[in-house]
Ligand binder design. Structure first.
Ligand SMILES: Cc1cc2nc3c(=O)[nH]c(=O)nc-3n(C[C@H](O)[C@H](O)[C@H](O)COP(=O)(O)OP(=O)(O)OC[C@H]3O[C@@H](n4cnc5c(N)ncnc54)[C@H](O)[C@@H]3O)c2cc1C
Length: 428
């Protein structure tokens, strides 16, 4: 797509966002919402290729998502992100038939009697639900539709960021596969293996859990009852999330060898392995849809910013999906960055200036580091067969389950309502 043909405005962009995943699309919506001229650049073509056969997916290189697979995921979205979608006008674009509100959550440890259950009405989060389960492709489509309507946004598909050149302090020239564009701020939202991060020479600390997550949807005879179910095994957590069409979305995390073996099973064999974990809650499982396999990798970038560049979402951090937090943290990054940039813009300051971007980095990096450390700790404790770890997890779960105050605090944390949250993520 040619920029000149698409938009006649020849001014440099205020912001170029690299990557139109969930977080890049949200970032572009946020900047357009502030009246900034933004280009969203996506390496993949606009229309998604047909799903690949399972055998091909399982041979993906470690840590890389299959090119057409990012949209196969379903996310648990917290209330704060729901507020953000409402503020941006994205919420009204989400098809209500594809939006699932969950009212309860049940988590248990398969190796002990430990459990925690939450109900929205008992933890008093002030909403009718604990959060939302939405397919990534549905959220992304709503945000892209929003950008389509914006006079401030240009979306470029099928072209990748390949180079960056600083032009003094004021602008950056971004080299794409097919052209160059000039911007005052480049936002790297290009995922876990971010090219923008690499081009800026920002190091990141990878931790490989040596696990994959298998995702699929299926039907449960007893229905999901608007509840998110999660069973912790020593081999990894298995979650069944309630979808709007009454089906469940499975996220089964386990070591790569086991994941490879599970991918090879036919539907009957696979359901027979899964069913005992959830039998008393969900009944018989059937109608398994194609499985996808995602590598689970944790990483955290040493810096979130460089000259006129900022990283958001998986480009800055990624974590184990056991608590469904990765995208939620990324949306918070995007909202925080847009808030500090918008403030600078309104006060006539250069939006790519170090002191502006440093405010964003200080706001988000420490918070995300804490969450990443917590998730890694949970993963270790729940994955350990050692007696001490078993005692900690069953004691901890039972303690939380018996304490309304602790449950409320945990529900508030999971709902995104803790700490210094960006203005647009707060309840209107
Ligand atoms: C199995 C699984 C389940 C999960 N469940 C949850 C959940 O319930 N809740 C939750 O909050 N999080 C969840 N997560 C995490 C969440 O999916 C991710 O954190 C989130 O999708 C990251 O979005 P992103 O936009 O930052 O990156 P990505 O989705 O990786 O998007 C990056 C985009 O950048 C594009 N790109 C790459 N390079 C370039 C380039 N050079 N130029 C231009 N474009 C480029 C890519 O094509 C892609 O579209 C889960 C993750 C997994 C693996």
């Amino acid at each position: 797509m040619s920029l000149a043909a698409d938009k006649p405005d020849c001014r440099p962009f205020d912001v170029v966002v690299a990557g139109a995943g969930l977080i890049g699309a949200a970032s572009a919506c946020l900047f357009a919402h502030q009246g900034l001229k933004v280009a969203l650049v996506e390496a993949q073509p606009q229309s998604q290729p047909k799903p690949q056969p399972q055998a091909a997916q399982s041979s993906q290189p470690r840590g890389a998502f299959p090119p057409d697979a990012t949209d196969a995921r379903v996310s648990a979205i917290n209330l704060a992100v729901g507020n953000l979608f409402t503020a941006l006008g994205v919420w009204s674009r989400l098809n209500p038939k594809l939006l699932s509100r969950y009212h309860a959550m049940k988590v248990w440890d398969r190796n002990s009697a430990a459990k925690i259950s939450f109900r929205a009405d008992e933890v008093g989060v002030g909403e009718a639900c604990l959060g939302y389960i939405i397919e990534n492709r549905v959220m992304r489509a709503a945000m892209l539709a929003q950008l389509q309507q914006s006079a401030h946004a240009t979306v470029l598909h099928n072209t990748a960021v390949t180079g960056i050149q600083q032009n003094g302090a004021a602008t950056v020239t971004v080299t794409l596969s097919d052209q160059q564009i000039v911007t005052r701020l480049l936002v790297g939202a290009d995922g876990c293996h971010s090219r923008v991060r690499e081009l800026c020479g920002i190091s990141t600390q990878f931790f490989d859990f040596a696990q994959d997550a298998i995702v699929a949807t299926l039907s449960a005879a007893r229905g999901h009852r608007a509840t998110a179910w999660q069973c912790f095994l020593a081999t990894g957590p298995v979650a069944m999330l309630p979808l709007a069409d009454a089906r469940c979305a499975l996220v089964w995390s386990c070591d790569r060898e086991r994941a490879g073996a599970l991918m090879q099973l036919n539907e009957t064999e696979f359901c027979a392995r899964l069913q005992p974990l959830f039998l008393s809650e969900l009944g018989a499982l059937s109608d398994l849809q194609p499985r996808r396999r995602f590598p689970i990798v944790q990483h955290h970038a040493s810096r979130y910013i460089a000259d006129s560049v900022a990283l958001v979402g998986d480009a800055a951090h990624s974590l184990h999906p056991l608590a469904g937090l990765g995208a939620n943290l990324g949306f918070m990054d995007a909202a925080a960055l847009a808030e500090v940039v918008g403030h600078a813009h309104r006060h006539g300051r250069h939006i790519g200036q170090y002191s502006v971007l440093r405010r964003y980095e200080r706001w988000r990096q420490g918070n995300n580091a804490l969450v990443l450390a917590m998730m890694r700790g949970f993963k270790e404790i729940f994955g350990s067969r050692r007696r001490a770890a078993q005692a900690i997890r069953s004691g901890g779960m039972n303690l939380v389950d018996a304490s309304p105050a602790l449950k409320t605090a945990l529900a508030k944390f999971a709902g995104g309502g803790c700490g210094d949250i960006p203005l647009l993520c707060r309840r209107a």
